[in-house]
Design a protein. Sequence first.
Length: 180
Amino acid sequence: MKPLREFDIAFVGLTPGVHSFQYEIGDSFFDNYEGPQDFNDCAATVKLNLDKKNNFFLLKFEIGGKVTVTCDRCGEPFDMQLWDEFDQIVKLVDNPDELNSEDENPDVAYISKTESHLSVANWIYEFILLSIPMQRIHPDNADGSSGCNPKVIEMLERMNQQTKENDNPIWKGLDKFKDN
């Protein structure tokens, strides 16, 4: 049995128009993919609207939920909210391998007219990863203060102050070019 079979959509029997699908994604989903994951405790919901046309499909993915990531500033884990939308076009063609290698548009994929199923697992994987920002910093508290560990913030401020006090005199002359 194929491990990601639940993400295959049998589109041959679908009538033209919009069809909705929903997937609950947890950590076990990512076990099917190689490479290190820099998050855990994934609890994502993927809503997929598939608009079936004669020779193509319009897919709209809505990603929501949360993942636990490590803060880049203080090193403490926190829950990051996910929310993003992605569009994908899938065209039915005679020679999909040739067109997939030539086309430079990542928003368009090609499958053979003889196919009967559309696998959306790889897109879900990519879109969840794209929903997690590169910079991961605790959100601010309700009072506007940093959500990071206060001890770490205090230590970073002391280190920054020490760096300012120990400025190398070699670079002093370059300060006048700083704002140019």
